[in-house]
Design a protein around this ligand. Structure first.
Ligand SMILES: [Zn+2]
Length: 88
């Protein structure tokens, strides 16, 4: 694999996601658009886009539901490590 950084293009502002002025500690982000969400998985289409977290936050007019911004919002690894066998 190349040592050069992958240049993700933000699908909202069209700039490189890793440029310094706009970058958040959550970048680079990706968005998945899944079609026909009311149908079975076999009938759906899926496309991945890249974006600045801040561009996405402005686009959706941050209404307080972006839990991903919370420092204690778990990573996928933390969720996987969670021990579900405990009752407390
Ligand atoms: Zn952007």
């Amino acid at each position: 694999m190349s040592e050069e950084l992958i240049k993700y293009q933000c699908c909202i502002c069209k700039e490189t996601v890793l440029n310094e002025e706009k970058s958040s500690h959550l970048d680079p982000c990706s968005l998945f658009v899944i079609s026909n969400i009311d149908q079975q998985r076999d009938n759906q289409k899926e496309q991945q886009f890249f974006c600045h977290f801040e561009c996405f936050r402005k686009l959706v007019n941050d209404d307080g539901n972006l839990y991903i911004m919370d420092d204690d919002f778990p990573t996928m690894g933390e969720i996987a490590k969670e021990d579900w066998s405990e009752d407390d």
